[in-house]
Ligand binder design. Structure first.
Ligand SMILES: Nc1nc2c(ncn2[C@@H]2O[C@H](COP(=O)(O)OP(=O)(O)OP(=O)(O)O)[C@@H](O)[C@H]2O)c(=O)[nH]1
Length: 874
């Protein structure tokens, strides 16, 4: 996997790279992807070609909308320039720009002009006649222009204009002298769009606006004037003082000779003669105008009006922006967070989202960190594999690697996880081997592991739990490294292991695959370093990162009540930094970190991402897999923990949220399900394969059956936990769940379907997917009896049984289960208590049972009694 994967990863386009190529933030791209319903986790998510083209399509739509809008509402010439202005080169890099441009165009027609002029004319040196400020200016310009205009008019236009436009000194003022003046006049007040569109491209090209040159004769001073004009209309922020001069110049240059003598910056003063004191004041005003905030704090959805207020914009301006973003909204319409973010980014305003309500369910809060705040963190590794293949030995060997080379006095303690260091890089190992623990955590919503090591003994090969482990890792989307262990043993055959694993899509690199295999001996500590290096390689490729500079978040790995110290929690910090003294909530418990030690028993003051620590200071004992989060103070932590406990109790009372075949159709209809996850257990491999094949062929629009695990043998607790973690349905074909599995299935509300005929499995699932499941009758298991003795009377086998659960009823149907496999299903022939016939025998009593047409009963067989009951369909 290493090289290949490395290469593949390099070839892959990640969100942040894409965003960078577009000069946008990852957040913006993520927002857009989410709007387009393209699944995305974070900035590291890979963008498939399809996603890229959809995003590009999105930009195109925006552009099209913008063009349509413009051509609909304003002058025709507008749109073409806008489109031109959006460079048409590599789609990825140019489109967003164009979209931004387009979006901003609408809002800041005048703005663009001054920029263009600035560029061309070099006169306006102010750095940011920013887009945001423009609309304000424009607006303000309308209302407050008059003073300025009149001021201008004083010097330059005075007579000419006044004659023409007397009543509206402001409008008249600027344009008058110039033949193009009318055009200009019109624009600021009536058809902003036109101006913008026309001028936009020029700004970007850094060249002199094409429309305007005639007016101003390519003279830099004139351009500035032009800019001035717009600036004055829009009340540009920073450049006011500089602008005023050129304005005068322009008028001087172009028009009358009256004031020529006043050129060179004296014009303003000249103006004062007629309008004393006024020309200074407007300048001051201008400087104040752009009050667009740099950052806003958003605490939830807001209406357009509220958002506009927060952004210091007019609602109309915001609505206009929204239209260009493809959102038609009224002032009272509520905007969701994504739209608010998108909108704010259009105004170049940063958004910080703070949603206090969510704190109760803090594990669901997605924190989007800035790329710049993320730091590389150690990978978290879990070791899984078949019984006795050497998981514990490998964990111990790795741990002691570190102890011998490691820190002073460090004897590793068992705290659920430990860290080793190789090549100055750390790796965190979860200490509990086996996939059950791994999946139990997942079932509780904890995604802790980054990489899984599947240990396979080279002398034993792939065994059932190896396959389970692989499927558990795959279900969690964890990269897999295969450790072929015990290569020191005489019968070791690493190639055979590789060969066997190809069946499970784990193909070694040397055979053209992308899975890393390391041959090692945990016992003799051979090749351990290579394994660690491979882990680091996978970590490097996947670039695991977290933000250490925020409050801690993590997962409880283990917790127990220590007689001396009270509740002790071992947890893995996953984000932020946990410090001694921090208040926190873990599951439904709360506390304050009293003492914190690492896996070497060393006291720590703080622990960053991927660090396993043991802490004391809780009031109760949380559960493994519980989420953990630091809070400002203990009082808050306590109230959150209490509310969580209440919610937890309520949700336990509430109906099952897992998928069942009964409500599958509803989930499909609601668009919640696209893959129906299924786990199949069967009595023989042949029937499992046959079932898999048939299920794969089921075609129901929009949904497909995804078999996440299959195997031969009884249904175990591990199967149920995997189902719970993956929201899967379990199908037992001629097999039964063992007792623990049954209990867990009830607890976790996993839908377990037991069948004996392939056809009926297929039919049931297909009907469920189509919403046509006929649930009129449902099997209800009423009890179990264990066969303790066999008596033969006239060749007839009588099973001497103990009823171990429920009851056995004479009228019930029964099935005989041997080692988890159903070997017969039929009816009870006779049921006796001692010598008497019995109607039913309850739990804890002995009885004799004979079964119709079945004589092969054996000691330790289980007889399961069931009745078919009518069930009302939900
Ligand atoms: N020869 C040899 N024996 C090994 C090696 N690794 C482990 N063993 C032995 O294999 C046996 C099982 O090892 P464990 O580490 O307990 O295996 P496990 O997978 O943790 O087993 P469970 O905890 O029961 O699932 C022990 O007797 C180990 O000494 C190895 O590399 N070479």
């Amino acid at each position: 996997m290493s090289k290949q994967d490395n290469k593949d990863n390099k070839d892959k386009l990640r969100v942040y790279e894409y965003a960078k190529s577009l000069n946008m933030s990852s957040k913006e791209i993520i927002t857009i992807l989410k709007r387009l319903n393209i699944p995305v986790n974070n900035h590291m998510s890979v963008m498939e070609n399809d996603a890229v083209s959809k995003v590009e399509g999105f930009f195109r739509d925006i552009k099209a909308n913008a063009a349509a809008k413009r051509s609909g509402s304003e002058n025709a010439p507008a749109s073409p320039p806008a489109t031109q202005s959006a460079p048409t080169q590599p789609a990825a890099s140019t489109q967003p720009t164009s979209s931004k441009q387009i979006a901003s165009v609408s809002a800041k027609p005048q703005n663009t002009q001054p920029q263009g002029q600035k560029d061309g004319g070099n006169t306006l040196t102010q750095s940011k006649p920013t887009q945001q400020s423009q609309p304000n200016r424009q607006r303000d310009g309308q209302s407050s222009q008059p003073p300025r205009d009149s001021r201008n008019s004083n010097h330059s236009q005075s007579r000419n204009q006044d004659q023409r436009n007397k009543p509206q000194g402001n409008q008249g003022t600027k344009p008058q002298g110039n033949s193009n003046g009318q055009q200009r006049q019109g624009k600021p007040f009536q058809s902003n769009g036109n101006t913008t569109q026309a001028t936009r491209p020029q700004n970007h090209g850094n060249s002199v606006p094409t429309q305007t040159p005639n007016k101003f004769n390519g003279n830099s001073g004139k351009q500035v004037d032009e800019g001035e004009e717009f600036v004055s209309v829009t009340k540009s922020t920073t450049a006011a003082p500089k602008k005023t001069k050129p304005t005068n110049k322009r008028f001087d240059d172009n028009k009358t000779s009256n004031f020529k003598g006043n050129q060179g910056g004296y014009n303003n003063r000249g103006g004062n003669r007629n309008n004393r004191g006024r020309n200074q004041q407007p300048q001051v005003q201008r400087e104040k105008i752009d009050n667009t905030p740099k950052k806003i704090i958003v605490r939830g959805n807001m209406t357009v009006g509220e958002t506009a207020k927060l952004l210091h914009k007019d609602a109309s301006e915001v609505i206009k922006k929204l239209i260009f973003l493809g959102v038609m909204a009224t002032i009272n319409q509520e905007l969701d967070l994504e739209t608010i973010q998108l909108l704010a980014s259009e105004f170049k305003v940063e958004v910080e989202i703070k949603i206090p309500v969510e704190e109760d369910r803090f594990e669901t809060v997605e924190e989007n960190d800035d790329e710049a705040d993320l730091k590389t963190r150690p990978p978290v590794v879990t070791i899984m594999g078949h019984v006795d293949h050497g998981k514990t030995t490998l964990l111990d060997a790795i741990r002691s690697t570190n102890v011998t080379s490691g820190e002073a006095g460090g004897i590793t303690q068992h705290i659920g996880a430990y860290q080793v260091e190789i090549n100055s890089k750390k790796i965190t190992f979860l200490d509990t081997p086996g996939h059950e623990a791994f999946t139990t955590m997942r079932a509780r919503g904890a995604e802790v592991t980054d990489i899984t090591i599947i240990v396979v003994a080279a002398d034993d090969g792939v065994m059932p739990q190896t396959v389970e482990a692989i499927n558990h890792a795959k279900a969690a989307n964890c990269p897999i490294i295969v450790a072929v262990n015990k290569i020191d043993k005489p019968g070791a055959n690493a190639d055979k292991v590789k060969q066997e694993l190809t069946e499970y899509e784990l193909v070694p690199e040397e055979w053209g695959g992308d899975t890393i295999f390391v041959n090692l001996s945990a016992k003799h500590r051979t090749n351990l370093e290579e394994l660690l290096e491979m882990i680091l390689l996978v970590a490097e490729v996947n670039d695991y990162k977290a933000n250490p500079d925020k409050r801690a978040r993590g997962t409880v790995i283990e917790a127990e009540l220590d007689k001396g110290r009270g509740p002790v929690v071992r947890l893995l910090v996953q984000h932020g930094t946990l410090k001694v003294g921090d208040a926190f909530v873990a599951g439904n418990c709360f506390g304050r970190v009293r003492a914190m030690v690492n896996d070497k028993g060393r006291r720590l003051k703080e622990a960053g991402p991927s660090t396993p620590v043991e802490i004391t200071g809780l009031t109760e004992v949380p559960l493994a897999g519980d989420p953990f989060m630091g809070f400002e103070d203990e009082r808050k932590a306590r109230s959150i923990a209490e509310r969580r406990a209440i919610t937890h109790r309520q949700s336990e009372l509430n109906a099952n949220t897992r998928v069942t075949l009964d409500d599958l159709f509803k989930h499909i209809k609601d668009g919640e399900i696209k893959d129906l996850n299924v786990i199949i257990k069967g009595d023989v491999q042949g029937s499992v394969e046959a079932l898999k094949g048939s299920l794969a062929k089921i075609e129901v629009e929009g949904v497909r059956v995804k078999i996440i695990h299959s195997g031969v043998g009884a249904l175990t607790e591990s199967d149920i936990i995997l189902a719970a973690a993956s929201n899967a349905i379990v199908i037992g074909f001629n097999v039964r769940p063992d007792n623990q599995a049954k209990l867990t299935a009830e607890q976790e509300k996993v839908d377990v379907r037991l069948h004996r005929v392939i056809y009926s499995v297929i039919e049931e699932i297909e009907q469920a997917m189509k919403g046509m499941l006929d649930p009129e009758y449902r099997e209800n298991v009423i009890g179990h009896a264990e066969v303790r003795n066999i008596f033969k009377i006239n060749k007839m086998a009588i099973a001497g049984c103990m009823v171990t659960s429920g009851k056995i009823a004479r009228a019930a149907e029964v099935r005989v289960i041997r080692e988890g496999i159903v070997i017969f299903e039929g009816k009870i022939d006779s049921l006796k208590r001692f010598k008497d016939d019995a109607k039913e025998v309850a739990q804890g009593y002995e009885c004799g049972i004979t079964i119709e047409r079945f004589n092969d009963i054996k000691e330790l067989d289980i007889i399961e009694a069931f009745v078919m009951e009518a069930v009302e369909r939900k």
